[in-house]
Ligand binder design. Structure first.
Ligand SMILES: Nc1ccn([C@@H]2O[C@H](COP(=O)(O)OP(=O)(O)OP(=O)(O)O)[C@@H](O)[C@H]2O)c(=O)n1
Ligand SMILES: C[C@](O)(CO)[C@H](O)COP(=O)(O)O
Length: 387
């Protein structure tokens, strides 16, 4: 079996996407793009050695790369410089083949990698290509020009695969300061034999912010790459005279209220715990300790909003929530729709994904004696499969 290395170039700035962090460190479905790209390539089972090329001064790489058996080197000002740094990092233990891949293409498949490697049995290089689907025309300063015949054009992707010694020689033969669109261009200039293999429409390069939005949406709708988790929560608060009672984010004036460090919204507390439970993220007391004066009298919608954000940060989505209030009084039914609407608003859910119910305990126990109220809740979330 040939020894196969890969170089993942991740030293770019992501200027076309903008923002504070380069696109390879943006979260996509709760994981960084770079993690996804490395995991996708390694899952092919064909790669023996990986070099990730990172930017000088990159402070995020160590954390991301520590999850994988990979090595890293510092790249340069252009993609071409970064590729050269990757090739040179392989020279002491030279592989037979090398695949060079953009960190910005996290949806590369094992099939595509296999096609590229297979083509190296007969060629010195291989490249994934796709026919263009849109019409192509010349264009200058808003002026549409003439048609270009698409039959003779191909869109070109990465990974691009090479016999290691051949691509190193090709780069050595190229002008030292030249910058190439990709590595197959270097192979072409050097006269290497090149096989074009079928690319993949899924293997997009995340280039503009719209690419992220679309990729995020597609990941969300791909139930094969997601799992469902349900958490439960339970809470109790004692009644006290006077004040306004807050229940599931709705004020109720009934002459008595619930006692607690915060606003004592027993429904929101149970639901917050249910959501934290679904993502195995501790409980409300871990994040908002009752000993902390900051939370005295706090409005509990903050806690619920926080839990919902923790789901989003993991690339998750709340699918459904259900709260049961357990009390003899006050009557919940007149407030139930307002409670559902408020929960839906805080969580950004449609109303049909939010349920509020109530029950008594037939005058038994502390709720039966109307000493206080209990609430239990469940929350179902969908989350990206972890690698
Ligand atoms: N000096 C550079 C420039 C680019 N790349 C990498 O080359 C790949 C493809 O480049 P591109 O999509 O252009 O990424 P950026 O250069 O980061 O994007 P932009 O052009 O929008 O700044 C990316 O994985 C990028 O990190 C690199 O390693 N070193
Ligand atoms: C290497 C590449 O992804 C092949 O399609 C492409 O050439 C990179 O282009 P960019 O303009 O640097 O993103």
């Amino acid at each position: 079996m040939p020894k196969i290395a890969q170089i993942i170039v991740a030293a770019g700035k992501g200027a076309r996407i903008g923002g504070d962090i380069p696109k390879q460190y943006r979260l996509l479905g709760g994981k960084t793009v770079l993690e996804r790209t490395i995991a996708a390539t390694l899952s092919s089972g064909l790669i023996d050695y990986t070099v990730v090329v990172i930017a000088a001064g990159d402070t995020k790489a160590a954390d991301v790369l520590s999850n994988f058996d990979v090595h890293f080197v510092t790249g340069g000002a252009t993609r071409t410089d970064s590729v050269k740094a990757g090739l040179s990092a392989l020279k002491d233990d030279a592989p037979d083949y090398v695949l060079i891949h953009d960190a910005a293409r996290p949806f590369v498949s094992a099939d595509l990698i296999a096609r590229l490697v297979e083509a190296l049995a007969t060629h010195q290089a291989s490249v994934p290509v796709l026919p263009l689907v849109d019409a192509v025309k010349t264009y200058d300063k808003d002026a549409i020009g003439t048609d270009i015949d698409r039959a003779g054009l191909r869109a070109v992707q990465t990974p691009q695969a090479f016999h290691y010694a051949d691509i190193v020689n090709a780069f050595n033969a190229a002008p030292a300061d030249a910058s190439f669109a990709d590595d197959i261009a270097v192979a072409k200039d050097a006269g290497l034999s090149i096989a074009a293999v079928n690319g993949s429409r899924d293997n997009i390069k995340l280039t503009y912010i719209e690419d992220f939005t679309r990729a995020e949406r597609e990941l969300m709708s791909d139930t094969n790459s997601r799992y469902f988790a349900t958490g439960t929560g339970f809470d109790v608060h004692r009644f006290t005279e006077g004040g306004t009672m807050w229940l599931c984010g709705v004020p109720i004036e009934c002459g008595y209220t619930l006692l607690g460090h915060s606003d004592a919204d027993v429904g929101l507390h149970a639901l917050t715990d249910a959501i934290l439970g679904a993502i195995a993220d501790g409980d409300i007391g871990d994040h908002f300790p009752p000993s902390d004066p900051k939370w005295k009298g706090a409005s509990s919608d903050k806690f619920l909003d926080f839990a919902a954000q923790r789901v989003t940060e993991r690339g998750g989505r709340i699918e459904h929530v259900d709260v049961t209030l357990i009390c003899e009084k006050p009557k919940i039914k007149p407030h139930r729709e307002a409670m559902r609407a408020r929960l839906a608003e805080i969580l950004g859910l449609s109303l049909n994904r939010v349920s509020v119910k109530a029950t008594t305990t037939e005058k038994l126990g502390f709720t039966g004696r109307s000493e206080g109220m209990a609430a239990q809740a469940s929350a179902t979330v969908s989350l990206p499969e972890t690698v």
